[in-house]
Design a binder for this molecule. Structure first.
Ligand code: ADP
Ligand code: SR1
Ligand code: MG
Ligand code: MG
Ligand code: MG
Length: 425
């Protein structure tokens, strides 16, 4: 149900809202300059309305959540998502400030966030990859963001009292429910909202809906998504939620933030880089064959994963070494004064990494599949205008994704995944 007093803003409403707030207005221009501000709705996402406001002093972004989903207006969705997004952006900024836009205002009654404007040449990474770009800094920056936020909100870093408070604060049940439906259920049943390249992929979509191993794996993953509440996730970390230049990288759109498995954020990123890899063939031309981009996308996947695991583990070691032994802190039984502590820490870290990879790969497979046969597709593939060529790319991606979902234990490391993807195209 709609929030009492809620009103949906249009461009003029956004102008008036900001002009009435001196603290926000001064970021755009001097008082009474609002008639000269440029206000533009730029939302290209599936769910919300986003306005960019520019004036003589600078710009701001205003994001508003209506009581429904932008691409499916008959689908009601809690406006509480704006609060989860604002609080998650603020929490992420504590851990990775250079990779998160600053929140200037959260207005609960209007389900609205006013945040830092990321000006051009920042643009959405998915669009840049679709256009053929390489982003050499992206893997390290995303790895740093994931390691900082996922480690910093995990039980490896937090005292259990604070960790439990965080669990209570970030349940985000309704947005999780959406993820559970559109990622782990709908692709494996005849859901009304599903779509695929038809008739080219009719047989593959039908086969998936009757594939016992894929269905069992998806159901197990859904349970893992719900049960394994390890850290505060971004919750929708894909290339469409990242704005970057060649030098800078920002993670936006945190409305799906929730406590969940660390492998979910990492797997979404891996799956979306692999989707870009499989789409690259269909977007190539004789003049621009994109060999370099495909090689880079696989290297980027490996680099992102190895940077993430290295940084995560080194933060863990540092936390143990710098905390006071005796408390219920990261060093309580691993610390320098604990008998066998250093060896125990090594075993714990090796076990963590061993269990992480197959979960990352299974989540990656699931998110690739949902983008090909579910409700929400990706520009990388959708931009391939010839449906026969698009279907070839989608079929290869689907085959690779099913293997990741069903047989993740077969891959010893991310290099083996890259080799498998390369062989699958
Ligand atoms: P949704 O939740 O609907 O997906 P997003 O938060 O992803 O909405 O925003 C939609 C689009 O608005 C983004 O793809 C991007 O183009 C633009 N946008 C969002 N936040 C910013 C920002 N801080 N600076 C500049 N553009 C932004
Ligand atoms: C109705 S599904 C919309 C999708 O868009 C968001 O970005 C999430 O990925 C969600 O699953
Ligand atoms: Mg978005
Ligand atoms: Mg969103
Ligand atoms: Mg996804």
């Amino acid at each position: 149900s709609t929030i009492p007093g809620f009103r949906a803003l249009d461009a003029e409403g956004v102008r008036g809202y900001l002009a009435a707030d001196p603290e926000l207005a001064r970021r755009i221009g001097p008082s009474r300059s609002e008639a000269d501000w440029q206000v533009r709705e730029v939302g290209d996402g599936n769910i919300n309305y986003v306005y960019i406001v520019k004036g003589p002093a600078g710009g701001l972004v205003v994001k508003q959540g209506l009581p429904y989903i932008r691409i499916a207006r008959d689908w009601a969705l809690t406006q509480e998502r704006a609060r989860f997004e604002a609080e998650a952006l603020q929490e992420q900024a504590r851990h990775a400030p250079v990779h998160v836009p600053a929140v200037h205002r959260f207005d609960a009654q209007l389900a609205l966030i006013v945040m830092e404007y990321l000006p051009p040449p920042h643009s959405i990474v998915r669009g840049q990859l679709t256009a053929g770009a390489l982003l050499p800094r992206l893997p390290a920056h995303v790895a740093e963001f994931m390691a900082a936020t996922l480690f910093g909100t995990s039980l490896f870093a937090l005292d259990t009292i604070r960790w439990r408070q965080q669990q209570a604060r970030f349940q985000n049940g309704e947005l999780c429910r959406l993820t559970e439906q559109v990622i782990f259920s709908d692709p494996y049943r005849a859901a009304r909202v599903n779509r695929h390249t038809t008739p080219q992929l009719d047989a593959e979509a039908a086969a998936l809906r009757a594939d016992p191993q894929a269905k069992a794996a998806a159901a197990a993953l859904k349970a893992k998504f719900c049960e394994l509440q390890q850290a505060l996730l971004h919750g929708d970390l894909h290339t469409g939620s990242i704005m970057a230049t060649q030098e800078t990288t920002y993670m936006i759109d945190a409305e799906f933030a929730c406590v969940g498995p660390i492998a979910f954020d990492v797997g979404k990123m891996v799956g979306n880089l692999l989707l870009a890899f499989f789409a690259s063939d269909g977007l190539a031309s004789a003049a621009e064959p994109r060999h370099r981009q495909r090689r880079w996308l696989l290297q980027a996947t490996e680099e992102m994963y190895s940077n993430f695991t290295n940084t995560f583990v080194s933060r863990w070691t540092t936390a143990v070494q710098s905390s006071t032994a005796g408390d219920l802190c990261p060093a309580d039984i691993f610390g320098p004064e604990a008998a066998g502590g250093a060896e125990a820490l090594q075993v714990a870290q090796a076990t963590f990494l061993l269990e992480l990879l197959p979960d990352v790969l299974a989540f990656a497979g699931a998110v690739m599949i949902r983008r090909i046969v579910g409700i929400a597709h990706v520009a990388d593939l959708d931009t391939i205008s010839d449906p026969d060529i698009r279907a070839v790319c989608e079929r290869r991606a689907l085959r690779c994704a099913r293997e990741l979902l069903v047989n993740p234990q077969r891959f010893a490391d991310m290099r083996a995944v890259a080799a498998h993807a390369d062989a699958a195209r």
